[in-house]
Design a protein around this ligand. Structure first.
Ligand code: GDP
Ligand code: MN
Length: 389
C-alpha cells in the first residue's frame, strides 16, 4: 500500500524528521486559505498522486500569489496527472499540498528498503538527489552509497557518519543527518514499511537539512497491525480491478499485454505466462482463482479478466487438484451468460473432473476453443490475438 506525500510527511514529522510547513487542500478555496494561513509571498503547489516525476509533469510548481495558488489548484484538482512513472492513463488528483517554499542549495537522495537477498534493511544515499535513482544507478553508480543495518544491532552512529561524509556534509549537518536517519529508521520499522524514499533531501541555503519529498510504501502483509495506517488508503490511486479482486480474496495482477489469463495456483500462473510469452504473446493480467473456487467465485473472476479493455483473448488454464474442473466450467458458463464474450476464449482443463468440465462447456454451445495441453493452449490463444475472428 502506498501513501501520499502529505501523509508520509506527517509521519516523518512525528518521528522528528524536519519537513516544510504545509497543509493539504481539496479545493481552490481551501488552498487559498491554507496559503494565506502559512503566510509569506510564494507557495509550493504539489499535486498528490501515487507517482514520482510530478515536477516534470507540471504537478509541482511555485505560485507567486494567493490567486495563483487557487488557480493552479483548480487546474490540478479533478485532473489526471500523467508522469513518466504513472502509465499513460495517469492518476487522479484529489488533494493538493500547499507548502512554504524552501531555498535549495543542494538536493540529496535517501532511501530505506528491505534487501531480501541480504535479509537486512538497506539504506541508500546519493549526492545526486532530485533525479530518478534508477538513472543515477545506471549512469553514475559510484554516486550511490549503501549500508546494511544489522537486525540485532540496529542503525549505528558510524553508519550515519559514513553516509554523511559520502554526501559531502560537514559540521552540524552530520548530527542532523544522524537524527534524520534515526527517525527514518524508527519510522520504517514501526510502520512495517517496505520502502521509504526522501528525494530530495535538501541542504538549504542556510546549511540545514530538510525532507522536501517523501514516499512510503507499506507492507500489505503487516497492515493488520496498523489500523491507523489502513485508514490512509486512497482507493482512487489503485487499480480498480485489483481492488475488486482483493475484496473477493482473488489474486489478480494487472499487466501490459493483450491476453487475459485465468489459472489456479501461482506456480501455474507463472508457467502459463512464460508459455504465452514463448509463443509470442503478452499477458494482459493474470488471475489466480486459488484452490477453493466455487462456480460463483469463478464467474466473478472470469468477469474481472474479461472487463479489462486490453484483453484481446482469454486463456483459462486449470489444473484440477483440489479445485474441480466441472465447477470451473460452470463458473465460466455462468459468467458468459451474464456478460457475454466478445473475445476468443481458449480453455484447457486438466485433472479432477476434467472430462465433466469439458462436456459441460461443449453442451453449453458457447464459442470456446478447448485445448488439450498447455503448449496447445498457448499456441491457440496467441493465434487468436493475431487473427481475431
Ligand atoms: P516529484 O517530481 O514527484 O519527485 O516531486 P518533488 O516533491 O520531489 O518535487 C520535484 C522537484 O521540485 C524537486 O526535486 C525540487 O527540485 C523542486 N522543488 C520542490 N519543492 C521545492 C521548493 O520548496 N523549493 C524549490 N526551490 N524547489 C522545490
Ligand atoms: Mn521527488
Amino acid at each position: 500500500m502506498h501513501l501520499h506525500e502529505f501523509q508520509s510527511k506527517k509521519l516523518l514529522s512525528q518521528f522528528g524528521v524536519p519537513i516544510p510547513r504545509g497543509t493539504p487542500a481539496t479545493s481552490a478555496e481551501n488552498a487559498h486559505q491554507a496559503a494565506e494561513a502559512l503566510g509569506g509571498k510564494s507557495w509550493m503547489v504539489k499535486a498528490q498522486a501515487h507517482t514520482g516525476g510530478r515536477g516534470k509533469a507540471g504537478g509541482v510548481l511555485l505560485a507567486k500569489s494567493l490567486d495563483q495558488v487557487a488557480q493552479e489548484t483548480q487546474r490540478l484538482i479533478g485532473s489526471r496527472l500523467i508522469t513518466h512513472q504513472s502509465g499513460p492513463q495517469g492518476l487522479p488528483v484529489n488533494t493538493i499540498l500547499i507548502e512554504e517554499p524552501t531555498n535549495i542549495d543542494r538536493e540529496l537522495y535517501l532511501s530505506l528498503l528491505v534487501d531480501r537477498s541480504a535479509r537486512r534493511n538497506l539504506i541508500m544515499a546519493s549526492s545526486a538527489g532530485g533525479m530518478d535513482i534508477e538513472e543515477v544507478a545506471a549512469k553514475t553508480p559510484e554516486k550511490i552509497l549503501t549500508t546494511h543495518v544489522g537486525l540485532a544491532a540496529g542503525l549505528q552512529p558510524w553508519q550515519c557518519r559514513k553516509l554523511a561524509f559520502g554526501l559531502g556534509l560537514a559540521g552540524s549537518q552530520i548530527k542532523e543527518l544522524q537524527k534524520i536517519l534515526d527517525g527514518l529508521y524508527r519510522l520504517f520499522c514501526t510502520c512495517d514499511a517496505s520502502l521509504l524514499e526522501i528525494n530530495p533531501l535538501v541542504v538549504r541555503q542556510d546549511g540545514t537539512l530538510i525532507a522536501l519529498d517523501a514516499k512510503i510504501n507499506l507492507d500489505e502483509n503487516a497492515l493488520y497491525r496498523h489500523s491507523e495506517l489502513v485508514a490512509l488508503r486512497d482507493p482512487s490511486q489503485e487499480d480498480a480491478r485489483e481492488m475488486a479482486a482483493k475484496e473477493q480474496d482473488l489474486n489478480y495482477i494487472s499487466l501490459d499485454g493483450t491476453i487475459g489469463c485465468m489459472v489456479n495456483g501461482a506456480g501455474l500462473a507463472m508457467a502459463t505466462m512464460d508459455l504465452v510469452q514463448l509463443h509470442g504473446g503478452t499477458p494482459a493480467n493474470f488471475l489466480d482463482v486459488g484452490g477453493t473456487a466455487t462456480a460463483e467465485r469463478v464467474a466473478i473472476a472470469f468477469k474481472l479478466v474479461l472487463s479489462d479493455p486490453k484483453v484481446k483473448a482469454v486463456l483459462v488454464n486449470i489444473f484440477g487438484g483440489i479445485v474441480r474442473c466441472d465447477l470451473i466450467a460452470e463458473g465460466i458458463i455462468q459468467a458468459v451468460k451474464e456478460v457475454g464474450i466478445k473475445v476468443p476464449v481458449v480453455v484447457r482443463l486438466e485433472g479432477t473432473n476434467a472430462t465433466q468440465g469439458l462436456k459441460l462447456l461443449e453442451a453449453s454451445n458457447l464459442k470456446l476453443t478447448t485445448a488439450s495441453t498447455l503448449q496447445d493452449a498457448a499456441d491457440k490463444v496467441v493465434a487468436a490475438t493475431e487473427n481475431p475472428a
